[in-house]
Ligand binder design. Sequence first.
Ligand SMILES: [Mg+2]
Length: 188
Amino acid sequence: MRAIRPAVVDFDDVIVDCMGSVIPFANRRFGTNVQYEKMYTYELWRLFGQALPAMHDMINAFFHSSEHDGVLAMEGVAEGLKYLKEKYGAVDIATARPKIGAPPMLSLLQRHGLMHFIRDTYVSVPKGDVCRKVYASVFIDDAIHNIQAVAAKNPQTSLILMGKPWNKESHEQAVRVPSWRAIIEQGL
Ligand SMILES: [Mg+2]
């Protein structure tokens, strides 16, 4: 039997468009006007000028809100996950969400009909450790620091950065792509 070396995929802003719903939610809460296209960082406390405890409260409220239920799937994600599952044998999710964000994540996967593509989910486990444990073939994330963490521990893993306004600088070892469609078309 051939050992499976799965694809490891981030959840927020790779499988679903989390920021597309967080930003308007936080703007209403804080009376701000942060715009998605102008996000130079995903560190929300910087964008919204709020202390970390206020941001944690906001995120916890968001996880339990109707806005979270309305988070959209990324365009082409079903085709993308199907492609990865066929190519690598399995797809695991590694998310930095706190444990409290796991049940809402699973309900979004159900709602968007994506659960059957997923083998395992790792919540709040360092992504470099996840990729080493499962001997990942490929890792996909939108955050540079996660790409760096995986690169440092996993020379066997190829790296894909999902392009977003906050990661334009990319990473020397990663391929930056604009969409799931590009991953399929480039055979990554
Ligand atoms: Mg992410």
